[in-house]
Design a protein around this ligand. Structure first.
Ligand code: NAI
Length: 246
């Protein structure tokens, strides 16, 4: 019960890595706000966990829209009275080579993966500052740290996560708030299913552990950074990538 009594918002919690995190966090005693744009999947997940006796609250939200984010955070606060943990996990890809990438593709990824993280953190940080406690975990990517062919937009947003994580760690440390990021490698979710098999086989071959990541591999890193075990860690980018690059 490493998160007993804690309240966590997990954005993008309806699928993939976020969904795995919802499960792990519930098992460790947290109360969870699933903040996701997919209404049906979110409602189903909420129902299924409530039937198992867990305290879960689904709030439909597009993290790229500031007012929707503020409304989601308000609802979370109203329901639980506090927010201990924010997992900024929601993300999208719109891959294309540099010369073919449209402005629409560029903006869509920046809106969700960069501005969405800014909106969520700004709204939640206000609550955490008042509490004098909080754990904020962002999601970068190997693409943001090392670059990746076809991902100008995504790599830009994920590199920005590194800068924002370190900036917020410096700003919020004195308020009792830890800010860290996880940089996953290629992990088996619908996001990666869209990628050509040839590329995935190549990625696997250059990964030291010779396998792609499982959603639980990343969820366990979120859990560590959300728990008291990481109380003296802030401004850190934790690479969870099977040793794909070093
Ligand atoms: P996924 O596509 O399986 O799940 C993403 C979730 O985010 C979905 O539930 C989706 O509905 C939600 N979402 C998307 N746009 C949203 C919006 N505007 N507002 C609210 N929710 C929204 O993706 P996956 O793989 O689980 O990715 C999770 C995070 O991990 C993302 O930030 C992604 O960039 C990052 N990541 C994933 C990697 C991978 O190989 N799967 C590698 C590196 C980073």
């Amino acid at each position: 019960m490493r998160l007993k009594g804690k309240v966590a918002i997990i954005t993008g919690g309806a699928n993939g890595i976020g969904r795995a995190a919802v499960k792990r966090f519930l098992e460790e005693g947290a109360k969870i706000v699933i903040a996701d744009i997919q209404k049906e999947a979110g409602e189903e997940l909420e129902k299924s966990y409530r039937n198992q006796g867990y305290d879960v609250f689904f709030v439909p939200v597009n993290v790229a829209v500031k007012e929707e984010v503020e409304n989601m955070v308000e609802k979370a606060k109203e329901r639980y009275g506090k927010i201990d943990i924010l997992i900024n996990n929601a993300g999208i890809t719109r891959d294309a080579m540099l010369v073919k990438m449209t402005e629409e593709q560029f903006n869509a990824v920046i809106d969700v993966n960069l501005k969405g993280v800014f909106y969520c953190t700004q709204a939640v940080a206000k609550v955490m500052i008042e509490q004098g406690y909080g754990k904020i975990i962002n999601t970068s990517s190997v693409s943001g740290v090392y670059g990746n062919i076809g991902q100008t937009n995504y790599a830009a947003a994920k590199a920005a996560i590194v800068g924002m994580t370190k900036t917020w760690a410096k700003e919020l440390g004195k308020k009792g708030i830890n800010v860290n990021a996880v940089a996953p490698g290629f992990t088996k979710t619908t996001m990666v299913e869209k990628m050509p098999e040839k590329i995935l086989n190549y990625m696997e071959s250059i990964t030291s552990l010779k396998r792609l990541g499982e959603p639980d591999d990343i969820a366990n890193a979120y859990l560590f950074l959300a728990s008291d075990e990481s109380n003296y860690i802030t401004g850190h980018i934790l690479h969870v990538d099977g040793g794909i690059m070093m």
